[in-house]
Design a protein around this ligand. Sequence first.
Ligand SMILES: Nc1ncnc2c1ncn2[C@@H]1O[C@H](COP(=O)(O)OP(=O)(O)OP(=O)(O)O)[C@@H](O)[C@H]1O
Ligand SMILES: [Mg+2]
Length: 371
Amino acid sequence: MDAYFRLDGIRKAFGGHEAVKGVSIDIRRGEVFSLLGPSGCGKTTLLRIAAGLEAPDAGGVFLDGEEITGLPPERRRINTVFQSYALFPHMSVWDNVAFGPRVARRAEAALRPDVGRMLEMVGLAGRAEARPRQLSGGERQRVALARALINRPQVLLLDEPLAALDRKLRQRMLLELDRIHDEVGITFLYVTHDQEEAMSLSDRIAVMNAGRVEQIGTPAEVYERPASRFVAEFIGDTNLMEGVVLDGAAGGVRRLEIPGLGEVLAARGRDSGAGERVLVSVRPEKLHVSRGSLPPGSGRNVIRGRVEDVSYRGAETRYWVRAGALRIAVVEQNARLQHGERPPTWDESVWVGWHADDAFVIGSPAGGETG
Ligand SMILES: Nc1ncnc2c1ncn2[C@@H]1O[C@H](COP(=O)(O)OP(=O)(O)OP(=O)(O)O)[C@@H](O)[C@H]1O
Ligand SMILES: [Mg+2]
């Protein structure tokens, strides 16, 4: 893999507290790469080290084959967009965007077409004379983006740039960011604690937990093949079932005993031997709930349960089904309902089914371990 922007063995402690515990990441040229993890896991610290705003205790930062660990921020071709827009309030939109090139002493006549083009790109050509306070949150964030991109950085760092926006605006800005990335082709390192943002924007994601990277992969990889319990629970919702392997055909279908549920089949995930205790992850949308019996088939798991909760969400309905000691979450698309069909309701006895191919074996129940 051709690493373009690389963080290698980064460590950083504040006082006695280790915020980043040896993180290595290779980002490809032109990639949108996200750091995703809960509050306090070290995302901003890593980003500040990438930007040169903070020095690592150990490890190096490399850009396009050169070590830049010791370079001050202004000598790196890296720009940052922060959560709070950090615009100059007394300057017009135009002057905010022109700020970087002016500091770099570019001639006014030469920078004018650039500023115009940037404002065009972020859809603010008509607001050049406005002050930041006259703009909406989304518009301000687009000015911040234009102001960073006009410096033609090799890498753009974005630290929760959409966190202050409401959900609808965030979704629109994500599409905008995607389009702008296609247009400029710059490498993006995007920090967020919002898995939906990371999933919809990124080519690849590093899932972080307590100063470490737990898994690096495409959005589909981290969702479909979580490397640890933490990843399975942090990315989307999942059902975790703890059990013992009865027989562990390598790479094939494994038979497991889940206390209270009986025997279930799991076809994917980590190889494990007979007698081993494992966790199985099944995403709620992979399960089906039915009042009538579900058709048996090879590789299909079917169990009996009782509906404890139902939550109608418009596009989908969520069920929580009690089966032995487990409370199983099921998501059904409402579009699947046939005319006249009555969905299961509260306290009804139901069948819950899922295919062995959708059951993913994760390491031991103890947690963090990867396969
Ligand atoms: N300058 C500092 N001095 C002392 N501790 C710090 C400093 N900066 C960060 N920390 C600590 O390091 C840890 C990681 O912080 P960091 O800001 O990198 O987390 P984060 O993943 O960006 O979280 P959030 O999602 O809340 O922004 C936290 O425990 C934080 O309190
Ligand atoms: Mg942060």
